[in-house]
Design a protein around this ligand. Structure first.
Ligand SMILES: NC(=O)c1ccc[n+]([C@@H]2O[C@H](COP(=O)([O-])OP(=O)(O)OC[C@H]3O[C@@H](n4cnc5c(N)ncnc54)[C@H](O)[C@@H]3O)[C@@H](O)[C@H]2O)c1
Length: 341
């Protein structure tokens, strides 16, 4: 039975509290928030929960073995390092930290303290993303050519991070996970239409090894909520719509083949394939429940799907996107630090 303390009871923290409480291997002892109102609300939902406005009470509690952090991003590094230094395992919401330097320090600290550090990249725990990963791994889509994603909505505008740091962690973590790879370079353009100096719209292009391209659109300034990913392979193509309640993935047996033998350019021909569309059945489990159980399994030795190192790889992409936006879209090569070699 793992005893957990949760710091941050705003929008997302209560989901984590609910899921940890519902696991048979965990109990949530204490919840912390700066707002008494939020704490009273949590106490109303779970009367046995202890509450505190000072997160250090959780860090200092010898009974609490693991700390879950769902506070604003700029506070992650400070709270997580205090927790690791106190010998706690840490589950930190995405993105891991506000800067790459902070992320490197946390990963090194977790290693030195021999504690689990996991990042809340929720999508790698969804049935849809795991299905896509399995299809790619089995070669069903052929060689992957490129991917494109749209993660747009009206709001929610953040004050401490731009739209890239808010929304792109989802897509980058998904892409790294399904490709089992990481990008070598990033170019990005973005603009701050509403809040000064905080980009609310951005377009990113990632280059992965093997000529795989990925294009991401992230926006807080869009009339419709769209969560769509297209993966184009040499054999098949796939569209993943996370908004769809049913039929989230459609696999298209479509493609273009080059006729293998030709002597002159006049004989060069393309053959278009228009085949069936299939819709795989997906398990109907709550990703957050799987993610919370996975954290406990990782503490017990399972290799993590979204470790501190995976979280740091995502930060490197976000940081490169920021630098590219500041340089009018110039491509930035990503240097992976020693902690990730
Ligand atoms: N995995 C996901 O899909 C997902 C979804 C939404 C948010 N998130 C992440 O969760 C984190 C929180 O986001 P949110 O939308 O819930 O933000 P929020 O602003 O709604 O909530 C944050 C809460 O943290 C509290 N807080 C701030 N400093 C604190 C401190 N020192 N001690 C205790 N409490 C403190 C605030 O009072 C607030 O209630 C962010 O990292 C965000 O990116 C993840």
């Amino acid at each position: 039975m793992l005893t957990v303390g949760v710091i941050g009871c705003g929008y997302w923290g209560p989901n984590l509290i609910r899921n940890f409480i519902n696991l048979k291997d965990a109990r949530v002892k204490t919840a912390s928030d700066l707002s008494e109102d939020r704490l009273n609300h949590m106490k109303m939902l779970y009367p046995s929960l202890e509450t505190t406005t000072d997160y250090k009470t959780i860090i200092a509690d010898p009974e609490i073995e693991a700390v879950v952090i769902a506070t604003p991003v700029s506070t992650h590094a400070g709270i997580a390092s205090e927790a690791l230094e106190a010998g706690k395992h840490v589950f930190c919401e995405k993105p891991l930290t506000r800067t790459v330097e902070e992320g490197v320090k946390l990963v090194e600290l977790a290693e030195k303290a021999d504690r689990t550090l996991m990042v809340g990249h929720t999508f790698v725990y969804t049935a849809a993303v795991n299905k896509i990963r399995d299809l790619i791994k089995a070669g069903d889509l052929g060689d992957i050519y490129y991917m494109s994603t749209s993660r747009v909505n009206l709001g929610l505008f953040q004050e401490d991070i731009n739209v890239v740091w808010d929304l792109a962690p989802h897509d980058v973590s998904i892409m790294n996970y399904i490709l089992e790879s990481r990008p070598v370079a990033v170019s990005a353009v973005g603009h701050s239409y509403i809040q000064p100096d905080i980009q609310d719209v951005a377009f990113l292009t990632l280059r992965y090894p093997g000529s795989i391209l990925a294009n991401l659109q992230v926006s807080w300034l869009n009339p419709n909520k769209i969560r769509a990913t297209t993966v184009v392979g040499s054999k098949k193509m796939l569209v993943y719509d996370d908004i769809a309640s049913l039929e989230k993935i459609r696999i298209y047996d479509k493609g273009v083949d080059v006729i293998p033998h030709y002597d002159t350019f006049g004989e060069f021909q393309l053959a278009y394939r228009y085949g069936d569309i299939s819709i795989p059945k997906l398990e109907d489990a709550e990703p957050l429940k799987i993610e919370c159980q996975h954290f406990i399994d990782c503490i017990n030795g399972t290799a993590s799907r979204s470790s501190g190192k995976h979280g740091l790889e995502v930060l490197l992409v976000l940081d490169a996107a920021d630098r590219s936006m500041a340089a009018a879209g110039t491509e930035i090569k990503i240097e992976y630090p020693k902690a990730l070699k």
